[in-house]
Design a protein around this ligand. Structure first.
Ligand code: ATP
Length: 277
């Protein structure tokens, strides 16, 4: 693995708030408080913390879906916060996001194939329809869906299949960096493992770099190279995954780890086998 950094986040801060009025008092929430981290090419960097700790807000700022209040985000050494729209649009195919239920973002009235094809048309306009169609079929195959899924509608797919389709739609534009915002939280345990394995295979195949957001540690141990722990908007600990599991420094991290110790069945066994707990 190359150790050159792909993404550098420094002093990133987000304050949510209303402006206030005569009748509504001004209220501000410091959701992310001076967070800094770097992600190396090919690495999977985990961001964990309890609900409301600011993980999703960071993921969205990195994707520039929302504005940062302060700080900087550099992608390949270039500040994305100061990029003009045209420049950012070009970057959009390199940076993609997968949500908890990517399927909910699909239009219920269009087929899966049409919707996977949509970003392809946007980023690579003018390609012949037949070539575009072939690319979509190839991508369906990459994520483990048969070609007939092209003509299916979102409601005809299971949760796991929809998440596969969501991953196909993100990958069709050949991204280099993916924000995975709780990508398997909404899925059944057995499907969770399949999707996680798929993400691991895809990372190898396409040399992807991941920012993996999760609210607990149950998948982090086998998925992430390094992990950062967030609490109330602040990054309280960051370490290679194995170190974090063996020697958690912070009370919040210890608490998150203790929830794994009580895990029943497969995952608990998995961690014990790996000697991480
Ligand atoms: N659009 C918004 N307007 C106002 N406050 C918000 C908004 N989005 C998030 N917040 C607040 O910002 C803080 C961080 O929220 P965020 O969703 O980033 O946390 P999270 O760690 O991703 O939580 P979860 O695991 O529940 O998704 C919370 O206090 C939340 O209530």
């Amino acid at each position: 693995m190359q150790s050159e950094s792909l993404l550098d986040v420094s002093g990133l801060t987000k304050v949510y708030g209303n402006k206030g009025s005569l009748f509504v008092p001004r209220k501000e929430i410091l959701a992310v408080n001076k967070v800094s981290f770097s992600i190396n090419r090919g690495e999977t960097f985990g961001l964990i913390g309890e609900s409301g700790s600011g993980k999703t807000t960071i993921g969205r700022m990195v994707m520039r879906l929302i504005d940062a209040t302060a700080g900087d985000i550099q992608y390949k050494g270039k500040s994305i916060l100061s990029m003009k729209k045209g420049e950012m649009d070009k970057l959009r195919n390199e940076m993609q996001i997968i949500f908890q239920d990517s399927g909910s973002a699909f239009n219920p009235r269009k087929t899966i194939g049409e919707q996977i094809l949509h970003p392809l048309n946007k980023f690579y306009p003018g390609n012949e329809a037949q070539i575009q169609y072939k690319k979509v079929i190839e991508m369906l195959d990459v994520v483990g869906l048969r070609s007939d899924f092209y003509h299916r509608y979102p409601h005809e797919l299971s949760g796991g299949q929809r998440q596969r389709a969501g991953i196909a739609r993100a990958l069709i534009v050949k991204p280099k960096f993916l924000v995975l915002d709780e990508p398997v939280s909404a899925l059944d345990v057995s499907v969770k493992a399949q999707i996680m394995n798929l993400l691991i295979e895809l990372q190898k195949e396409f040399q992807l770099t991941y920012l993996f957001i999760a609210h607990n540690l149950d998948l982090v141990a086998y998925f992430c190279d390094r992990v950062a722990v967030l609490s109330k908007g602040k990054m309280i600990e960051t370490a290679p995954t194995i170190d974090l599991f063996r020697k958690p420094q912070h009370e919040v991290t210890q608490k998150l780890l203790s929830s794994i110790l009580t895990l029943d069945g497969d995952l608990g066994d998995y961690y014990r086998k790996q000697s991480v707990i």
